[in-house]
Write a protein that binds this ligand. Structure first.
Ligand code: 2PG
Ligand code: MG
Length: 407
């Protein structure tokens, strides 16, 4: 591949914050990528380059100047080679010089370009590059937003309705359940705001109430279950977890999770403990290994996000010590498509599940939908239905499904 032009500019994400969009051209082909941004970011993530005022001017300059000069006119045998070149050009461990946001915008646009040049759909190109069998991911619809995504109106960050099946079957069920949930919430409180990820942001008096409500939805809609992203690093202060005005030790939180999985149809728990509390992850994963849940004998997944940050080395470590049995994958946590794919491969080598994920600050880029399909992910987190940028991911999943059927 030989890139002709590289052009980056600033666009707004769902929170109205600036983020980077990059357009690459090669011959008569042109491809664009824009980069989302997290709020509950793990400390071990690759470096998102921002100006002192939160802008992305320097990241954009890095793409338009240094990266463009290095790339334009150079021949690459593969996009793996191009990604490796970008990593080397930056030269730091966490992409702090050029910025992971700057680098990833080029890496994703290059992946798109190569699919265009091969005249195959993006999800297919991703499946080939990863060596995976494409498959429809389960929908992980974030119906109730809390934590940093909703000014801590609720302590946990994401209460998710998981819907099994192909997207064209799962999506109408998810929509109906989402509307129903809105009606139920408004019977308690007429004014229910929306959170950062397009789900409802209500308040409750007890930790159990949102689970009771979601369990009633699960009972009504077969093929659904509940997932939780505790995002516990955000709740961890001075060695304890702060939940609804009460302090929990790790032991007490572990006991609380046990009670949850005994009582409610839970599918997975993400970031149950602080990102560096490795032994607590190990204890929960061991506890849930053969746990019989209200869903039957299915294993409840323990998912690493801030713990593993899409980093192949951290994932390999987490797998070795059985800290988790599933991994959340977000390309901007690591900064190139190549390394994101390595992170997926590392997870599959250990026979663990992958859930592909958007970020809380999103754009209309639907790369994550193609990625989830291509790697045959167990699930995709793409948010609630209250924001256009989340709906676009679901629409893309539907379009991919039609493309896959006609091939
Ligand atoms: C998470 C993500 C996405 P953020 O914690 O899983 O839902 O949130 O992008 O704010 O890190
Ligand atoms: Mg998370």
């Amino acid at each position: 591949m030989r890139i002709n032009t590289v052009l980056a500019r600033s666009i707004s994400d769902t929170r109205g914050y600036p983020t980077i969009e990059t357009i690459l051209t090669a011959g008569s082909f042109s491809a664009t990528a824009s980069i989302p941004s997290g709020k509950s970011t793990g400390t071990h993530e690759a470096f998102e380059l921002r100006d002192a005022d939160g802008g992305v001017t320097r990241a954009i300059e890095n793409v338009n100047d240094e990266i463009a000069h290095a790339l334009v006119g150079r021949d690459f045998d593969s996009i793996d080679e191009l990604d490796a070149f970008l990593i080397q050009l930056d030269g730091t461990k966490n992409k702090s010089r050029l910025g992971a946001n700057a680098i990833l915008s080029v890496s994703i646009a290059a992946m798109r370009l190569s699919a265009l040049m091969e005249n195959i759909p993006l999800w297919d190109a991703i499946a080939k590059r990863t060596g995976t069998t494409q498959q429809a991911p389960r929908l992980y619809v974030n119906v109730i937003n809390g934590g940093v995504h909703a000014d801590f109106r609720l302590p946990f960050q994401e209460y998710i309705l998981v819907v099994e099946g192909n997207t064209n079957e799962a999506l109408p069920i998810a929509h109906e359940a989402f509307t129903k949930l809105g009606e139920l919430l408004r019977t308690h409180d007429t004014d229910v705001p929306m959170g950062d990820e397009g789900g409802y942001a209500p308040t409750f008096d007890t930790l159990e109430q949102p689970f009771e409500l979601l369990a009633s939805l699960v009972a009504e809609y077969p093929g659904t279950s509940i997932a939780l992203d505790a995002a516990a690093s955000e709740l961890f202060h001075n060695g304890a977890y702060q939940l609804l005005g009460k302090s929990y030790s790790a032991d007490e939180l572990l006991a609380f999770y046990r009670e949850l999985v005994e009582r409610f149809p839970l599918h997975s728990i993400e970031d149950p403990f602080d990102e560096d509390s490795v032994t607590d992850f190990i204890r929960l994963t061991a506890m849930l290994e053969d746990f019989s849940t209200p869903l039957g004998a299915k294993k409840v997944l323990v998912v690493g996000d801030d713990l593993t940050v899409t980093n192949p080395v951290r994932i390999s470590q987490a797998m070795k010590y059985k800290e988790i049995n599933a991994v959340l994958i977000k390309p901007n946590q690591i900064g190139t498509v190549r390394e994101t794919i390595l992170a997926v491969q590392e997870t599959y080598t250990a026979d663990c599940k992958v859930i592909a994920s958007h970020r809380s600050g999103e754009t209309d880029d639907t790369f994550i939908a193609d990625f989830a399909r291509g790697i045959g992910a167990h699930g995709i987190k793409a948010g609630g239905f209250g924001q256009k940028e989340r709906l676009e991911k679901y629409d893309r999943l539907l379009a991919i499904e039609r493309e896959a059927e006609t091939r």
